[in-house]
Design a protein around this ligand. Structure first.
Ligand SMILES: [Zn+2]
Length: 141
């Protein structure tokens, strides 16, 4: 079973490549402009994730057939795509579904571009350093 965090990270990666989440009932599709915040995910992404969790049966990632609800069920797991290494849904026995979301991205995988990434504590560490430097600055003034 895919953990909710795995599904969240999966969506976050693909949003960074411009994929949208589709809400068929309301004919809406959404992709947050900013996925990563300074400490984890952006507010915009967290709000969208909250919305997705409210009706997981009604939304899925553009280019895939599995609703978020299905991904959260026993039948699915999130694994790394053999072609692009990004997280993709896989059924039982870790067989990746034929439709990796990367299949319709012409310029993907592109090894010249940084891969989408997940929030890391390193960013927080950098921020603390920055704060300390700013403190030092103001002491000098
Ligand atoms: Zn792929």
């Amino acid at each position: 079973m895919a953990a909710s965090q795995d599904v969240k990270d999966y969506l976050a990666c693909w949003f960074q490549l411009g994929k949208k989440v589709i809400f068929p009932k309301t004919h809406k599709s959404r992709c947050p402009a900013v996925v990563l915040g300074t400490r984890g995910y952006s507010q915009e992404f967290e709000r969208l994730w909250a919305e997705i969790q409210q009706s997981p049966q009604d939304c899925y990632l553009e280019g895939t057939d599995q609703s978020v609800k299905e991904l959260l069920s026993e039948a699915w797991e999130i694994v790394a795509c053999a072609r692009c290494t990004l997280p993709v849904p896989a059924g039982h026995a870790h067989i990746p579904c034929p439709g990796c979301p990367c299949a319709d991205l012409d310029l993907w995988p592109n090894l010249d571009l940084p891969l989408p990434h997940l929030p890391v504590n390193g960013i927080l560490h950098l921020q603390r350093l920055q704060c300390r430097l700013l403190d030092l600055d103001s002491e000098d003034a």
